[in-house]
Design a protein around this ligand. Structure first.
Ligand code: MF3
Ligand code: CO
Length: 261
């Protein structure tokens, strides 16, 4: 069912339960992949791990074949912001590795991303990941009934801005509605003024995904037509969760404990 002129999909309780099962597949898969994200690993090894995990869980990968995407996860290292394609690259001590994963259960989607710090990293890189994750949680907390869509981006932006002037917020890529498809209306930017846009209603589900840079936020796409890199070569972090808006508040479907209110 779709609600209002904004055409945002409203899920039944049973459909949200299927999304929770997909979310848990994503959460457990990311945990397994994070465990093998160590110096010396090849990014393609991370992809095999995710492929096995998603299939063993009885779910389907949502990224493989999406607009021709050739892998099960995105692996974006250092100045790669999002949509890095796993391959022969070797992960090294000090790297920040963003891993993005999606899975489908009974036709319902989950989508999440984490940043993994490999061994000893520069303190500012650790800060970047911490701030990005914290901004994600600020956005998730704003995903509650009665609020408006732009409250989420406002919460994300305010959190990042309060942590220092040197962080950049990538504006070209945004979060999204999610449910019977991975990418649905509405777009969920990581910035903006509060109190605008559609009202948030129980049964909506959103993927919130701040992408933050350690310096200027300009990005461009590499010749592989996928990998988004920071134009100035600065390190970037990406964190993402799928959240359902429930009567009681946000239910973080891709968090292992659900962070249920
Ligand atoms: N999960 C990404 C997002 O957060 C999309 C990945 S694009 C794909 O929106 F092609 F890799 F699937
Ligand atoms: Co997403």
């Amino acid at each position: 069912m779709f609600r209002g002129r904004d055409r945002i999909e409203i899920k039944t309780v049973g459909e949200i339960d299927a999304m929770r099962r997909a979310g848990l597949v994503v959460a457990r898969t990311l945990q397994r992949v994070a465990d093998i994200t160590v110096a010396g690993a090849k990014t393609a090894d991370l992809d095999s791990c995710a492929a096995d995990s998603i299939r063993d869980e009885g779910a389907e990968p949502s990224f493989l074949g999406y607009h021709g995407y050739p892998a099960h996860i995105c692996v974006s290292v250092n100045d790669e912001v999002v949509h890095g394609i796993p391959g022969d690259r070797i992960i090294r001590e000090g790297d920040l590795v963003s891993i993005d994963c999606g899975a489908i259960v009974e036709g319902w989607h989950g989508d999440a991303a984490i940043s993994v710090l490999v061994g000893e990293v520069e303190p500012e890189v650790a800060d970047l990941s911490r701030v990005t994750e914290q901004a994600l949680w600020a956005g998730l907390a704003a995903a509650r009934p009665g609020g408006r869509l732009s409250d989420i981006g406002h919460a994300v932006e305010s959190c990042i801005r309060s942590q220092g002037e040197h962080f950049g917020i990538v504006e070209e890529y945004v979060g999204h509605g999610i449910g019977s498809r991975m990418h649905m209306d509405p777009a969920v930017p990581n910035y903006g003024r509060p109190g605008r846009g559609p009202r948030l209603l129980p049964g909506m589900a959103l993927a919130i995904e701040p992408m933050v840079t350690l310096g200027p936020a300009e990005v461009h796409v590499l010749d592989d037509d996928w990998t988004v890199v920071a134009t100035h070569g600065v390190t970037a972090s990406h964190w993402e969760h799928t959240v359902a808006i429930t009567e009681d508040g946000p239910w973080v479907l891709t968090a292992l404990d659900g962070a249920r209110p």
